[in-house]
Design a protein around this ligand. Structure first.
Ligand SMILES: Cc1cc2nc3c(=O)[nH]c(=O)nc-3n(C[C@H](O)[C@H](O)[C@H](O)COP(=O)(O)OP(=O)(O)OC[C@H]3O[C@@H](n4cnc5c(N)ncnc54)[C@H](O)[C@@H]3O)c2cc1C
Length: 345
């Protein structure tokens, strides 16, 4: 009998499963891939700096440490290369922007991430009269590849079933949770924007945020950084790029819109004079919370129903640290910090 049934194999479910397996726990993950999946469209970038205020993101140092260790270890375990360091080059919009950057580069917290180095390939290819500067300790995770190789690993080790878990088929008993004739100790929801649809979790402040990205081919553009000019342009190599992303609280259902496509392309072509071919247009919902903190914990009056989610737009940076924390909660009874606990809602 598996101890934990994890619902969803996005970033949250995958990393929680690895963390529990590492502790010797028995885990079964179920996903049918027919539900909304942010992980499947995420650009997968991590960046410890918030550009609006030029501040370090929440717990940046701790998150980076755990993220680096976790994904390097998983690359070795899964024999695949999906974790790539790459600086972000921030294009300045004014001389004041550039001066503010200089000022902040002495700041005890954010300063370590703000390089004085300007990226040459970005300067040469983008209209940037006020220059650019690089952010250190950034990069991108190839999330679809990471999911795929993880899924293969889970299948090989008997930890995966391709199926949807519907609440109506789950029975919470005194001593176990039963789903389709299998008994578990706990069921853990890692189902992205679906977490607050289950009984006892309705009060979670989980708000789907619609995002759109474009995959592009741009001939004769070679850059060795993610370019940030309000939007981002992430180079994959071989003249392939991802451009994004929009943020929209009102867009339902999940469909690509012409408006978003035009907005993204016009902001790019104002900066760069190259021929752009759109190869695909992807959309998804970020599982966000108003206080921008993840969600960890249990349903009201049902300790057998757990939840790990609310990763917002920073799943790559947050998921390794918080999956480890949640696995310690589950296996060692470690306390859940109030700021991320389900108890705060
Ligand atoms: C356009 C866009 C760009 C983004 N860019 C970035 C970025 O650059 N960097 C970054 O860190 N983050 C980014 N994000 C955010 C990131 O994608 C999320 O934080 C993260 O992927 C959330 O992971 P999750 O596992 O919680 O949810 P999801 O990835 O949504 O996974 C949920 C999983 O649960 C499954 N599921 C749902 N219901 C059921 C059910 N009943 N039974 C079985 N399975 C079920 C789904 O099929 C899915 O696989 C972006 C998001 C979007 C939309």
């Amino acid at each position: 009998m598996s101890k934990y049934l994890i619902v969803g194999q996005g970033l949250a479910g995958t990393l929680l499963a690895f963390s529990l397996l590492e502790k010797g726990e028995q885990v079964l993950i179920a996903d049918d891939y027919n539900h909304a999946s942010a992980s499947q469209v995420a650009a997968g970038m991590w960046n410890p700096v918030t550009f609006k205020r030029l501040a370090a993101s929440w717990l940046a140092k701790e998150m980076l440490e755990e993220m680096n260790v976790t994904f390097r270890k998983l690359e070795e375990k899964l024999q695949a290369s999906f974790f790539h360091s790459l600086p972000v080059a921030r294009i300045f919009n004014s001389i004041q922007d550039a001066n503010f950057w200089d000022e902040k580069s002495d700041h005890p917290e954010v300063g370590r991430f703000l390089s004085a180095r300007s990226n040459k390939s970005v300067q040469e290819n983008f209209d940037s009269p006020f220059g650019n500067s690089e952010v250190n300790e950034c990069g991108w995770l190839n999330v679809p590849l990471f999911r795929e190789v993880s899924k293969n690993y889970f299948i090989q080790h008997g930890n995966f079933i391709e199926d949807a878990v519907n609440e109506s088929e789950v029975e919470f008993l005194e001593s176990s949770v039963v789903w389709k004739g299998r008994a578990f100790d706990k069921l853990i929801l890692c189902n992205g924007i679906g977490v607050n649809q289950w009984k006892g979790l309705e009060s979670l402040d989980l708000i789907p945020n619609h995002g759109q990205v474009l995959d592009l081919k741009i001939e004769n553009l070679e850059i060795d950084a993610v370019v940030n000019f309000g939007q981002f342009l992430l180079p994959f190599g071989n003249e392939k790029f991802r451009l994004g992303a929009t943020y929209n609280w009102n867009e339902v259902p999940d469909e690509p819109t012409e408006e978003a496509k035009e907005l993204l392309l016009s902001e790019l072509t104002q900066r760069m004079d190259k021929t752009v071919v759109v190869e695909s247009h992807k959309t998804g919902f970020r599982p966000t919370t108003r206080d921008r903190r993840p969600i960890i914990g249990f349903a009201k009056e049902n300790e057998r129903l757990g939840v790990f989610g609310g990763l917002g737009s920073k799943g790559v940076l947050l998921a390794p640290y918080f999956s480890k924390l949640f696995s310690a909660v589950l296996t060692e009874g470690a306390p859940i910090p109030k700021e991320v606990s389900t108890a705060r809602f």
